[in-house]
Write a protein that binds this ligand. Structure first.
Ligand SMILES: *[C@@H]1O[C@H](CO)[C@@H](O)[C@H](O)[C@H]1NC(C)=O
Ligand SMILES: *[C@@H]1O[C@H](CO)[C@@H](O)[C@H](O)[C@H]1NC(C)=O
Length: 243
């Protein structure tokens, strides 16, 4: 083989064995207001190229994330830099900046969670309201194989949030809804202690409020069966805020 062909074969081998597939995430803001997506890698995954950005109403932004990767996305609302420090009314990451720089969402926050497989293997994804709710969102796979269902949380939990879970904005409207675990901190809501297994932690009157608005989303810690979705074949993903 000539040297060029050897180098070419070597590069292909590296790409193959390192699973150098990247998923393209397209973020679309269908809300009538600006949102500020936040991105956080799980432990062991490289940080995304951007850990936070502004997304105007009706705007779209894309980001490529090399697989394997795990992490989560959310959207901050009601953000302002008026004090000279960037802060948000909901799902703030506390960085004081538009980028979150490795910080996660302060609950309550609606989350989308991903585990991307190397080599176009099986990806897992879900919408989670385990950390509460701040706005509706959805995941729509693009391409891929093996089912690849959308998972959407289209309902507005804020509109049915009981007062003991509600977070109110300056004008008194409900801007986010805490999980019962966060607001009430009791084992039956947090699935801890005697409630620490899937068998002993059934849905509660509070988790059912979240499930009623968003049947495809995790409504509490052990809500697995109806809430995790898979897709193989190296799909790309559309994340829509206010689907
Ligand atoms: C926020 O204000 C500070 C101080 O004026 C400035 O340094 C920073 O760049 C601003 N950040 C944004 C996101 O506008
Ligand atoms: C949920 O159940 C608890 C315990 O029975 C009760 O105290 C609470 O008022 C109920 N809340 C709602 C919103 O149904």
């Amino acid at each position: 083989m000539e040297i060029g062909a050897i180098i070419y074969a070597f590069v292909l081998a590296i790409l193959f064995f390192s699973g150098a597939h990247a998923a393209t995430f397209t973020f679309t803001n269908n809300c009538p207001y600006t949102v500020w997506p936040g991105l956080l890698s799980g432990s062991g995954s490289a940080p995304p190229a951007s850990t936070g950005f502004e997304l105007a109403s009706k705007a779209t932004s894309t980001q490529n994330i090399p697989a394997p990767w795990s992490g989560r996305f959310w959207a901050r609302t009601g953000c302002s830099n008026a004090s000279g420090k960037f802060t948000c009314a909901t799902a703030d990451c506390g960085s004081g900046q538009i980028t979150c720089n490795g910080a996660g969402a302060i609950p309550p926050a609606s989350l989308v969670e991903f585990t991307l497989a190397a080599n176009a293997g099986q990806d897992f994804y879900d919408v989670s309201l385990v950390d509460g709710f701040n706005l509706p969102l959805s995941i729509t796979p693009q391409g891929g194989a093996g089912g690849c269902p959308s998972s959407s949380c289209p309902g507005n939990v804020n509109s049915v949030c009981p007062p003991e879970l509600a977070v109110k904005g300056p004008d008194g409207g409900v801007i986010a809804c805490k999980s019962a675990c966060l607001a009430l901190n009791q084992p039956q809501y947090c699935c801890t202690g005697a409630y620490g297994t899937p068998q002993t932690c059934p849905p509660t009157n509070y988790s059912k409020i979240f499930k009623g608005q968003c049947p495809q989303a995790y409504s509490y810690a052990y809500d697995d069966k109806s809430s995790t979705f898979t897709c193989t074949g190296g799909a790309n993903y559309l994340i829509t805020f206010c689907p």
